[in-house]
Design a protein around this ligand. Structure first.
Ligand SMILES: CC(C)(COP(=O)(O)OP(=O)(O)OC[C@H]1O[C@@H](n2cnc3c(N)ncnc32)[C@H](O)[C@@H]1OP(=O)(O)O)[C@@H](O)C(=O)NCCC(=O)NCCS
Length: 159
């Protein structure tokens, strides 16, 4: 297994595996996220086959601080529960730390997504806010009404 920041034809890979990756964005949203100037993505490759992805972006940066948001992390179903999600998240943290600034990572998860929550809590992410019925009738995903939990993790200021 190895990591890459790019994937040839990443847009089509995501669209082809949209259901397995549990990405409910429109094609336009996928394109926007992949082409963002502040975007930072990590693909996990098994040989040359992409089996997992983390899609994220920098929210804010100055000389000392870097704030990052994970928009989505996913591993293909047949590769799950083998520690790969943890590996991708740890790789992100390693790369963000190497920038040499104080880093804060934010993300949001559905309260019903117990494996994702388990992964985040295991790596020290702390819930700091809850949005009731966020994934509900007024949201982009009207099929379910679920609470969202917002998580954050900070690395010590190393300046
Ligand atoms: C969330 C996700 C990325 C986790 O990836 P993963 O490779 O399965 O994660 P890991 O193998 O590193 O496991 C993380 C923890 O969850 C547990 N877990 C994962 N899948 C599990 C399963 N099917 N049954 C029991 N526990 C499971 C693991 O046991 C592990 O905890 P442990 O180390 O204490 O045992 C993956 O489930 C996924 O792609 N989900 C669909 C997309 C998604 O919901 N993303 C999150 C958006 S917020």
């Amino acid at each position: 297994m190895n990591f890459s920041h790019t994937l040839s034809d990443s847009k089509n890979w995501i669209i082809n595996y949209k259901d397995q990756l549990e990405i409910n964005w429109t094609e336009r949203a996928i394109e926007l996220h992949l082409n963002k100037e502040t975007g930072f993505n990590i693909y996990l490759l098994d040989q040359s086959k992409a089996v997992g992805v983390l899609i994220g972006h920098f929210l804010y940066q100055d000389q000392k601080v870097s704030e990052f948001e994970i928009l989505h992390i996913a591993v293909l179903p047949e590769y799950r529960n083998q520690g790969l999600g943890k590996m991708i998240l740890e790789e992100l943290e390693k790369q963000l730390k190497s920038i040499g600034k104080s880093v804060k990572i934010f993300l949001e998860a559905s309260a019903a997504n117990k494996f994702a929550i388990k992964l985040y809590e295991k790596l020290g992410y702390k819930a700091y806010n809850e949005r009731k019925n966020y994934y509900g009738s007024n949201s982009i995903n009207p099929s379910a009404s679920q609470d969202a939990i917002l998580f954050a993790k900070s690395f010590d200021d190393i300046s």
